[in-house]
Design a protein around this ligand. Structure first.
Ligand code: G6P
Length: 608
């Protein structure tokens, strides 16, 4: 999704903007641009395509400047093009604007401006902001931006600079992420912390509907009523290296390899030596739990798939009915919620707009709000009553991998804690599951050691345009996640299905050479899976099964088998998804795709 960055200070703005934009690339984008104030006036340069086009485009230009804004665009209104790229300006290019989000009433504003004689250059919703600010600008940039924002509906993070106010910048946040970085004689804004890490670790997290006024020496935050707000400085403690590739060819494969560590961190931070689960950010007491009769787990994409496993775990261990739902559906379907409802949002970024909107809807109806979030201080985390941070570390690859496995650990720990607290499981029973989870970092390492085999297999199948994932029970959710991974980074038209559903239609699609990845890790469903495998084999499919070590019966019906270490059935998803992530990665690599930044996708979806 779009990324924004801004600089004002004693140093050169252009290198800071380019560095910031490079760290925002992971969010997904199709064009990039900057606007800087120079002695020769405002210079706006923007190019379709990768950031290197922008770098090349300005390489021979004199762009000495100490104030500027930069943007990576992910097209929503208007195709990816130089003209539609940000920044956008008013007619005489004295005001420049960058924007992440959508101005929902832009058509109405545009018509109003057209009637006033404004000619629009782009097809974007953003351009209206530049003209609106221009209309209100009478020497006071803050006032002009405030007036423009008053007319805007939708979700946005914007930053504005003006030729006639060369020592100030104004930024506003409404539902799209925005942070401020503090320096000595310089200040910054950005969508995300990595963009600023090279320059500062002192960050102000901007809240919804707040406006920020920046000069090189001062940052003032105003709330929606124009009152000055005090904000504590948030010290970023993680390393810059965490956002680097560290010798790996791609972030995606690096992050796949970080899963043993991520799982370990997520787990061990919550356990004492007696396996008592201490969910630091979660204050649910036995009394609270007694009052809960229903749980909703709501999320998007991969996080939703983690929610499906969470549903299974909470129902199985804690015995409370759970519904897992997709946030973009949940928020509009008027679900039944009251004060006895626990709402759990799952989100890597903590900024996904649909997830955030669902959370707010649940809160409005009286639910208790819990969240499982990776990014500390993100919007979802800040708006929740209880937060479980996954501690996966920053995830850059658009296809989520380590965030997913750590979300699964989080879901299991929450379920087990609920089970013990409410008396549904004894401490000994819980401890047995925990002991097994503690072996997972090692088991994950073992799976990763087998990656050459998976690469060979991926190399033999990368041209196959028909790939189906199937499973039963918990394996269905893993099949969904595996298929999503493959779609995202290989662009293969794959789908996933509960194996028992095959006969009800989908089996008609199976033909000679269709690749079936059959997850067969659930003991009580193992024989049923063998039958399903035979059904597809009989129709010419090439079957590769994923089973637990020791379950060798699967070899007789499959063309190949990928084994995962033996474990409890309830916990297999954390292990079985890893070979599938590796498969998606190597297929994508073999097809020559941009693995970390797949086409049309964004890491953090901050628009509807
Ligand atoms: C985007 C990302 C996915 C992610 C989904 C939900 O689509 O590309 O990888 O699963 O958003 O994101 P969240 O940050 O809420 O987990």
């Amino acid at each position: 999704m779009c990324g924004i960055v801004g600089y004002i200070g004693n140093n050169e703005s252009v290198p800071v903007l380019l560095e910031g934009l490079s760290k925002l690339e992971y969010r997904g984008y199709d064009s990039a641009g900057i606007a800087v104030m120079t002695n020769e006036g405002m210079k706006v340069r923007k190019f379709k395509g990768r950031l290197k086009n922008l770098e090349e485009g300005i390489k021979h230009e004199n762009m000495v400047s100490s104030i500027g804004i930069g943007h990576t665009r992910w097209a929503t209104h208007g195709e990816p093009s130089d003209v539609n790229a940000h920044p956008h300006t008013n007619i005489n290019a004295s005001i420049a604007v960058i924007h992440n989000g959508i101005i929902e009433n832009y058509m109405e504003i545009k018509e109003y401006l057209i009637e006033k004689g404004i000619e629009f250059k782009s097809e974007t919703d953003t351009e209206v902001i530049a003209h609106l600010v221009d209309e209100y600008y009478e020497g006071n940039l803050l006032e002009a931006v405030n007036k423009a924002v008053d007319r805007m509906e939708g979700a946005y993070a914007i930053a504005v600079i003006a030729k006639d106010s060369p020592d100030e910048m104004v930024a506003v946040r409404k539902d799209s992420p925005l942070i401020v970085g503090l320096g000595e004689g310089e200040n910054f804004i950005a969508s995300d912390i990595p963009a600023l890490l090279k320059y500062t670790r002192d960050v102000l997290l901007i809240e919804n509907e707040e406006t920020v006024h920046l000069t090189k020496d001062k940052v003032v935050i105003y709330d929606d009523l124009g009152r000055e707000v005090n904000r504590d400085i948030f010290k970023v403690t993680w390393d810059v290296e965490a956002a680097e590739k560290d010798g790996y060819e791609h972030f995606t494969i690096k992050e796949i390899h970080e899963q043993p560590k991520g799982v370990k961190e997520t787990l061990l931070r919550r356990l004492d030596k007696d396996n008592n689960i201490n969910l630091d950010g979660i204050k649910l007491t036995k009394e609270d739990l007694d009052g809960i009769n229903k749980v909703y787990i709501v999320a998007c994409g991969t996080a939703y798939h983690a929610g499906l496993i969470g549903k299974y775990a909470i129902e199985k261990f804690a015995n409370i009915p759970v519904e897992a739902d997709i946030a973009s559906e949940f928020r509009y379907r008027d679900p039944f919620i009251d004060e006895h409802t626990l709402f759990i949002a799952v989100s890597q970024s903590g900024e996904t707009l649909d997830t955030l909107a669902s959370l707010r809807e649940a809160k409005r109806k009286g639910a208790r709000i819990m969240s499982v979030v990776n990014v500390v201080g993100s919007s979802v985390a800040r708006e929740s009553d209880d937060v479980f941070y996954t501690w996966a570390g920053i995830e850059i690859g658009v296809a989520s991998t380590k965030a997913y496995t750590t979300q699964l650990v989080a879901m299991y720990l929450i379920a087990l804690r609920m089970a013990e607290e409410s008396g549904k499981m004894t401490h000994e029973e819980v401890s047995k599951v925990i002991e097994e989870l503690k072996t997972f970092p090692e088991k994950l390492e073992k799976i990763l050691e087998n990656k050459d085999f998976i690469q060979k297999f991926a190399d033999s199948q990368f041209n196959n345009e028909r790939i189906v994932f199937m499973g039963r029970g918990l394996d269905v959710s893993v099949a969904h996640e595996s298929s999503l991974k493959l779609k995202e980074i290989s662009y293969i038209n794959s789908f996933s299905i509960a194996a028992g559903e095959l006969k009800h239609g989908t089996i008609a699609l199976i033909e000679e050479g269709t690749l079936i990845l059959a997850l067969a890790t659930q003991q009580k469903l193992f024989d049923k899976m063998l039958s399903n495998i035979k059904e597809v084999k009989a129709r010419g499919a090439h079957v590769v099964s994923i089973a637990k070590e020791g379950d060798t019966a699967v070899e007789k019906v499959s063309d190949e088998v990928i084994y995962i270490p033996e474990t409890m059935d309830e916990l297999t998803p954390i292990l079985s998804v890893v070979p599938m992530q590796l498969f998606a990665y190597y297929v994508s690599l073999a097809r020559g795709n941009d693995v970390d930044k797949p086409r049309n996708l964004a890491k953090s979806v901050t628009v509807e």
